[in-house]
Every structure is written in structure tokens, then in C-alpha cells.
Design a protein. Structure first.
Length: 325
């Protein structure tokens, strides 16, 4: 019996879908996880499809899996059909009323820990038939390749190939602990920062520089900074500032609670940090003909709870003194 004769005789729709997912995921393990299959079943389905096609569809190496030219052609020609099937199923599910099912969401670590997780119980109580799988990562994931339904991103410009909903405005803030400022004095001008301990994001191959713009008049200054700690996470920099180590440049969502409690104080309030972080939060997903109902309600809820952003009301001198004495 030839390999073609031993191939499955039923239409190989599941096999084709498995190959499409494999092409996106780049490994049998990742593809199997996305489909909820075992790795062995995943490999078996692809082997059966290769037997029916009569040509190799996958090129395996010790480190990765890549589609052959024939495999890529098969995926390219069937991908749109599977997208239409997925949209049709989503529309049918939406007819049933309440949003349900699993939503896979990726969000930055600090934003998720400080602003989303405390609010999520309200969302899940509001939509009890929805389940969330939350990936906390600062890296920019490939949404289609990794199977995410939605990404929450702090970015200047979302990709044109995706659907993007603005969530709220954000800003960058310079902060330090009251104890640090008592010990070292408050800078009166951006150029004074060069004499202070500064806590900053590392930029590979570049001297750390902060750029500040006057809120009145628009004058700008670029200042080379240095200090005892650099970290690629705003929570780490915030904790260092709370530990009296220096002046930190943070996104407002990371500094909000500590500023409101008086544990951190604004530095150079008459100046605005420029270019350090993006100035808007977005909810982003790959473009599809129809947005699933679960994604729609999650985006609507995010826009509702984050509408006011993360600004902290300014403290008067009296209230500031009361909190720090």
C-alpha cells in the first residue's frame, strides 16, 4: 500500500487548520498548545496531511519548524477560509446573548499589576461566562502568531495592520521621595539633574539622556543623567525611588498611587518630560471582518474604567507637608 493510499479519506479540514496554526506558531509544541492537542497528535495530523498531499509540507530542524513552499502555498490559500469560519462561529455565539469563552490578552507588566488586576474582578463579575488568560510582558508580541485576542499597549502609534482603540492619555513624570529631596535638595532647573542620582531605563549603546520641555514658553533642555540604578521596568524604578535612591522618570500609571499617598513627590513640576514614554494607551487586535463579542465588551470596559487616565491632583504645600512629616 502506498503512502497516498494510507492517507485519510475524509476531508482534511482539521489537518489544514493544524498546518495553518503550525505556520503561525513556528513549533509543534506551541501549535499543539494553541489547539489544545498533544504534540503527538499535532505531528500525526501534519504527517497525515503530507501523505494526502503527496509532498512534504514541513521542514523540521533541531530548533524550529518551517513550512515548505508547498506547505506555505496551502496555508496561504486556506487561511482566509478559516478566518471566515472563525468569524461565522463568533457571530453565531454572539446570537446566544451573554459574551462567553476564553479571551487571551497581553499587557505590560507594570500597567497590568498596578492598574488592571485590581479592577478585573469587576469585569469578570459583570461577564461571568467569560474567562481571561492574561500574559504580562513588556515585549511586543505577535498577536496572530501567539494567538492573542487583544493587546494593551503603551505606544506612540499602533500598527496600521491592526484595529486599535484609544483607551486614555498618559504622561511621563519625574518623582523622588521626600527623604531624598530633603537630603539632596530639589532641582530648580533641568540642568540641575546632572548633579543628582537619577533612576532611568537603560538604552543599549547610548548615554542616558532626559529631555524636558517648559510647560510655559516651550524651552527644551537635554540632560545626560547617571545614578545608582537602571532598570527596564517602571515598578523597579519606582521601588528604588521609594527607597530614597534618587529621582526616577516614570509613566504616570506607575507613579500614581505613590504620588497620591505622598510617598513620592513631583520633581520639576514646571517642566514636562518629552520622548521617554508614549502618551496614549491602546487596545490592539489583528484586523478581522468581525470583532468577537467578548473583545468588544472588554474594550468597552477598559475605556470606561481608564477614561480619566492616571493624573494625580496636585498637592498644596500644606497637604504635602502634612503627609511627609
Amino acid at each position: 500500500m502506498t503512502s497516498t493510499e494510507s492517507a485519510p479519506r475524509h476531508p482534511p479540514w482539521a489537518h489544514l487548520h493544524a498546518l495553518t496554526v503550525l505556520g503561525e506558531a513556528g513549533s509543534f509544541t506551541a501549535a499543539a498548545q494553541r489547539l489544545g492537542w498533544s504534540k503527538a497528535l499535532m505531528s500525526q495530523r501534519v504527517a497525515e496531511l503530507e501523505a494526502q498531499a503527496g509532498v512534504p509540507l514541513v521542514r523540521r530542524t533541531t530548533r524550529s519548524v518551517r513550512l515548505t513552499e508547498a506547505g506555505q502555498q496551502l496555508v496561504d490559500r486556506s487561511r482566509s477560509a478559516f478566518a471566515e469560519i472563525d468569524a461565522a462561529l463568533a457571530s453565531v455565539r454572539d446570537l446566544a446573548g451573554a459574551p462567553r469563552g476564553l479571551l487571551r490578552v497581553t499587557a505590560p507588566v507594570a500597567l497590568a499589576r498596578q492598574q488592571l488586576l485590581p479592577r478585573l474582578p469587576d469585569f469578570l463579575r459583570r461577564y461571568p461566562e467569560l474567562r481571561l488568560e492574561l500574559d504580562l510582558a513588556d515585549r511586543l508580541a505577535s498577536l496572530a502568531q501567539e494567538g492573542f485576542d487583544l493587546a494593551i499597549r503603551h505606544t506612540h502609534a499602533p500598527p496600521d495592520t491592526h484595529v486599535a482603540w484609544p483607551l486614555c492619555e498618559t504622561r511621563s513624570v519625574l518623582v523622588a521621595s521626600p527623604a531624598y529631596l530633603r537630603a539632596r535638595g530639589e532641582p530648580a532647573h533641568p540642568l540641575d539633574l546632572s548633579a543628582h542620582d537619577c533612576l532611568y531605563y537603560p538604552r543599549p549603546g547610548a548615554t542616558p539622556v532626559w529631555q524636558l520641555e517648559a510647560r510655559q514658553g516651550g524651552a527644551r533642555h537635554r540632560v545626560a543623567v547617571r545614578g545608582p540604578l537602571a532598570a527596564n521596568n517602571s515598578e523597579a524604578l519606582r521601588e528604588a525611588a521609594l527607597g530614597d535612591l534618587g529621582i526616577a522618570l516614570l509613566p504616570d500609571f506607575s507613579a500614581q498611587a505613590a504620588l497620591a499617598a505622598g510617598r513620592l513627590r513631583p520633581v520639576l513640576p514646571g517642566w514636562r518630560p518629552v520622548g521617554a514614554f508614549a502618551e496614549r494607551l491602546w487596545a490592539i487586535r489583528p484586523h478581522t471582518a468581525q470583532v468577537p463579542r467578548g473583545v468588544q465588551v472588554l474594550v468597552a470596559w477598559l475605556r470606561e474604567v481608564l477614561a480619566e487616565g492616571f493624573a494625580t491632583p496636585p498637592q498644596t504645600g500644606a497637604s504635602r507637608a502634612k503627609k511627609t512629616t
